[in-house]
Design a protein. Structure first.
Ligand SMILES: CC(C)(COP(=O)(O)OP(=O)(O)OC[C@H]1O[C@@H](n2cnc3c(N)ncnc32)[C@H](O)[C@@H]1OP(=O)(O)O)[C@@H](O)C(=O)NCCC(=O)NCCS
Length: 133
């Protein structure tokens, strides 16, 4: 089931975040700020427990997505991004991806996103691709 995040989900989101982005996880404070700015577009995927999350802006900018490593390659990420397809209001959807994150690049390409530009040193030591659909 995909539903809107509530603050009671926070501890589990932080667990998934720590596994997905061990070098630069978002903090509790960052997630609370994201929730305040995007209260209806911060989603969790739940099947017994929370297995993934996605936060995006209503216009279609994907801020962050992560799936529990034990449950990847089962279509959960795809189901979450399809919610953006269904609900975003803008003409484009876009996301920044680390140049070294080849898995995520393939994931977005399969969903119809294409690399449209590079932001040099977006992650300080690493460039970002902007991928647009
Ligand atoms: C990127 C991520 C969200 C994908 O979630 P997921 O639930 O595993 O994705 P799906 O199962 O829906 O994958 C759909 C397709 O994308 C492609 N794909 C997904 N992960 C991939 C990987 N690591 N390597 C290559 N292709 C991949 C595959 O084609 C896959 O289809 P297949 O399994 O039938 O081959 C997940 O790997 C993750 O949490 N990564 C760490 C956090 C991250 O990098 N987030 C994105 C930052 S911009």
């Amino acid at each position: 089931m995909i539903r809107i995040f509530t603050p009671a989900d926070m501890d589990r989101i932080l667990e998934i975040e720590a596994q997905a982005f061990p070098k630069s996880p978002y903090s509790r404070r960052i997630f609370m700020n994201l929730y305040r700015s995007n209260p209806t577009t911060f989603l969790v995927y739940e099947e017994g427990e929370i297995l993934g999350y996605l936060v995006y802006t209503p216009e279609g900018y994907i801020i962050s997505i992560a799936v529990d490593p034990r449950h990847r390659r089962k279509g959960i990420g795809t189901q979450l991004v399809r919610e953006v397809f269904r609900n975003s209001t803008g003409e484009f959807m876009w996301v920044e991806v680390r140049e070294t994150n080849a898995g995520a690049q393939v994931f977005y390409e399969k969903l119809g996103f294409r690399k449209k530009g590079v932001i040099p040193r977006y992650y300080w030591t690493e460039d970002a691709y902007i991928m647009v659909r």
